[in-house]
Design a binder for this molecule. Structure first.
Ligand code: PMP
Length: 414
């Protein structure tokens, strides 16, 4: 059927069986469906091997797990070939691989363009190479809570070598138009896309985006922790010096010098995370079984409902667009210092939201916020989750009023 049964979807997640659980931190990580848990258990249960090394059956089986998931991942984002897919430890590791590998080819004065809302994972690795090589970082500004992609035109110069942008903000949920960006970014620049948030909400087609590299993590799309994906165009991947060196990535090793394999193995030094890859295969299969457009609609209805409800509470300021494609509800109490108390209060009511800077300190500084609260919606969330959030926020604000009306310096009763 091409409708979406949210209750049936939710029933796939053992951690959500308890009705009192309102998990609203999905932008940080998602819960895992039984099929993913079962795939990991199955891999360990049947005897493990280290891939690409020995010649025995367990090693061959592990290799099969990895290479068939590599193909599924390539299909999932419409990569040209499975060799375009590198398994890393995380999206963060993938971005570090790129910053080091690309940064090494750059010279003092070369420019890298990022945006003001990048996650620290797409900022700090570039800062490191910029410091070491005398590169210049430039930042695309925000305009009314959205990235102004048109401004790329004024930032790009003859010295621009890299543009690295998040496809979707983990803090505000806004998603810049990557097609517009591609049209502005010259072919001679390397175009990197951080799809960590985007991947759980959209169909991703790397050839259609026309990016050189794209990164994401398995754990934000129902897969296991400890696994990231780095997609790259083959010619560009093979030019990069790997971040990690060691076993499994070499052609020939001498005492003084060695040569490396081509992508993807070039970037996969050390024993692979085969169990995580087995789990990710199950996550990809699971992901593909649900109608994405209906899911989007479901999430956006909830997101809109939460925005409407919070808007009615005077003491709360909203920062996300009610129609943002990621299902993010970003808000703050007028008294920012109390955000942490509200988050604790929500937690005590079984509602998991995140509070803080969300690994986007420069963005918060630009908004004059020291902290934000974020509820982020997944397809397994329900109207009840939203109403629980709204009720609890209201109760918290009532309590605050009560505290204020009771002067703390009142004389103690006898
Ligand atoms: N980029 C964005 C936009 C993110 O939201 C995250 C995760 N919060 C990352 C990068 C880094 O992902 P990971 O922590 O899985 O490496």
């Amino acid at each position: 059927s091409n409708t979406f049964d949210a209750a049936q979807f939710k029933a796939q997640f053992p951690a959500l069986k308890n009705q009192a659980v309102h998990y609203l931190d999905n932008a940080a990580t998602t819960q895992k469906p039984s099929v993913v848990i079962e795939a990991i258990r199955h891999y360990y249960q049947n005897g493990v091997g280290n891939a690409h090394r020995g010649s025995h059956r367990y090693s061959r089986d592990a290799t099969k797990v990895i290479e068939s998931c590599r193909q599924s991942t390539a299909d999932f984002i419409n990569a040209e070939h499975s060799d375009n897919i590198v398994f890393t430890q995380s999206c963060t590791a993938a971005l570090n691989t790129l910053a080091k590998g690309i940064g090494e080819q750059l010279q003092a004065g070369d420019e890298i363009i990022l945006s003001l809302l990048e996650h620290h994972a797409n900022l700090l690795p570039w800062q490191e190479v910029a410091k070491n090589k005398g590169l210049v970082l430039k930042f695309l500004p925000l305009h009314n809570g959205e990235l102004d992609i048109d401004q790329l035109k004024t930032l790009i110069t003859d010295n621009t070598r890299v543009v690295s942008l998040s496809a979707c903000s983990n803090t505000l949920g806004c998603a810049p138009d990557l097609h517009q960006a591609r049209q502005i970014i010259p072919e001679s620049c390397v175009f990197v896309v951080d799809a960590a948030q985007h991947i759980a909400h959209n169909t991703v087609d790397v050839q259609q985006i026309g990016c050189d590299f794209l990164c994401f993590s398995a754990h934000k799309m129902y897969g296991p922790e400890g696994l990231g994906v780095l997609y790259g165009k083959r010619s560009k991947l093979n030019k990069l010096t790997p971040l990690l060196t060691g076993g499994g990535m070499i052609q020939q090793v001498g005492l003084e010098e060695s040569s490396y394999l081509e992508a993807p193995h070039r970037f996969e030094a050390g024993s692979p995370a085969t169990a995580a890859i087995a789990g990710f295969q199950a996550a990809l299969d699971f992901f593909g079984q649900w109608p994405l457009e209906h899911i989007k609609h479901h999430k956006q209805t909830l997101c809109h409902h939460a925005h409407q409800g919070l808007k009615q509470l005077n003491e709360i300021q909203l920062f996300s667009d009610p129609h943002n494609p990621a299902g993010i509800v970003c808000f703050s109490l007028q008294e920012q210092e109390l955000n942490i108390e509200l988050a604790d209060f929500l937690d005590r009511h079984g509602i998991s939201v995140r509070q803080g800077h969300h690994c986007t300190q420069p963005l918060l500084q630009s908004m004059n916020q020291s902290s934000l609260l974020r509820a982020s919606i997944a397809p397994y969330n329900t109207r009840e989750d939203m109403d629980a959030l709204l009720r609890a926020c209201e109760a918290f604000l009532q309590n605050q009023k009560h505290i204020k009306q009771t002067p703390s310096d009142a004389p103690a009763k006898k």
